[in-house]
Design a protein around this ligand. Structure first.
Ligand code: SAH
Length: 221
């Protein structure tokens, strides 16, 4: 083993330990996080900080979520290898990359075209062939692929959008940050049962807002 590999290995252990401390206990979820190199989803300047449990800036003024939040959301989603998953807010593609290890199929929508392009490239580089990145407005969901077994929204909505619940299969699970302001948001888990919708609050979070429409970016973004 080269000398340079030792700190890297320690950083990886620290990364997994931090996730466990935050409450990510499912082995499959920890394995999926470990198998998804976060540094491949951030720009050069921030690569060195990719294993820290903090959100980092990505293009178009957006952020790649904190790994522990990605872990907790993924765990709450209870994904199996039979699941078809929809994500709204592809951002860097990192969350979709984590899901690609657990799900049968992942569709992820991003309203910033340059981000969608970068996410697609990063996921292709890693061989995540079960992920499709769609450039568009996720507020309408993806009716042509509905129903979904799982839906994850990684931008904060004012309320749980009814049209997304319509695209969730019976027995399906949705995880979504909900809040009126950009400082106070709750992560909500919704389970669609035969008796109706079951809501569980999973804790305070802070996400960028879910915005309607496609973003007007410069061609090179
Ligand atoms: N899941 C991402 C982080 C998401 S940041 C990751 O792993 O890196 C939230 C993203 O949601 C931003 O990129 C933002 O542009 C996107 N977003 C917000 N509203 C949207 C909408 N209506 N449709 C699609 N994407 C949206």
């Amino acid at each position: 083993m080269s000398e340079a590999a030792i700190p890297q290995e320690e950083a990886r252990w620290a990364f997994i330990f931090t996730l466990q401390q935050a409450g990510v206990r499912e082995k499959a979820v920890l394995d999926a996080l470990e198998a998804t190199p976060r540094d491949r989803f951030v720009d050069g300047l921030f690569r060195a900080r990719a294993l820290e449990d903090i959100a980092l800036p990505i293009s178009c003024g957006q952020t790649i979520s904190q790994p522990s939040v990605v872990g907790l959301m993924t765990q709450a989603l209870e994904v199996t290898n039979r699941c078809k998953v929809l994500e709204i807010g592809a951002g860097s593609g990192y969350q979709a990359g984590v899901l690609s290890h657990l799900a049968r199929r992942v569709y992820t929508i991003e309203r910033h075209r340059p981000l969608a392009r970068q996410a697609r490239a990063a996921l292709a580089d890693l061989g995540a062939s079960n992920v499709t990145v769609i450039s568009g407005d996720g507020t309408a969901g993806l009716p042509e692929q509905a129903p979904f077994d799982r839906i994850i929204v990684t931008a904060a909505a004012e309320d749980v959008p009814a049209f997304l619940l319509d695209q969730l299969r019976d027995g399906g699970i949705m995880v979504i940050p909900v809040g009126q302001s950009d400082t106070v948001q709750q992560m909500i888990k919704v389970v669609k049962t035969p008796e109706g919708l079951e809501y569980t609050e999973l804790g305070d979070v802070r996400f960028v807002p879910l915005l309607e429409g496609i973003a007007e970016d410069l061609p090179d973004g």
